[in-house]
Design a protein around this ligand. Sequence first.
Ligand SMILES: Cc1cc2nc3c(=O)[nH]c(=O)nc-3n(C[C@H](O)[C@H](O)[C@H](O)COP(=O)(O)O)c2cc1C
Length: 157
Amino acid sequence: MGALPANTATAFLGEPLVDSPEAARLALYPTVTGRVVHGEMRGRELGFPTANLDPKAEGVTPADGVYAAWVVIDGRVFGGAVSVGNNPTFEGVPERQIEAHILDASLDLYDREISVHFVRRVRGNVRFEGLDALVAQIAADVANIRGILAERHLQAL
Ligand SMILES: Cc1cc2nc3c(=O)[nH]c(=O)nc-3n(C[C@H](O)[C@H](O)[C@H](O)COP(=O)(O)O)c2cc1C
């Protein structure tokens, strides 16, 4: 997955499209942009840390569910396994969360702005009876999502 120019993420969110096939392809997907805030920090314990978007993030958020996504951070593109919903396995998650598990990278994203480009929905967001079942399902999602994104590899500029 290659680096895109720093202006690519904003280029199609209000300014004219940059003239690159990568930006044009990313622009086809519903996109939400926002700051990364602190979640419950459960993701780390589950083995799948997630960057939680500020609930005030702007853009187009699709229906609750799990998605393959491209995540643009400082002009670089990463693959992501993204969950949208109120994490029904857990009690008391008040707001609809948009959480991105970034593939193949370990980044400190707190307070940084990221853009999530939703590529394909893989399933609904459901309640699991225990943590083991949730973790097993997320591992299967990640494998599935890797395959989906590999078919749509974004070339470095
Ligand atoms: C790929 C993926 C799929 C997920 N699917 C579900 C789900 O079906 N049900 C659910 O309750 N939570 C789901 N989650 C959300 C986890 O419950 C959540 O990431 C975890 O509780 C950590 O939350 P935190 O960031 O607020 O600590 C999913 C997370 C990821 C990354």
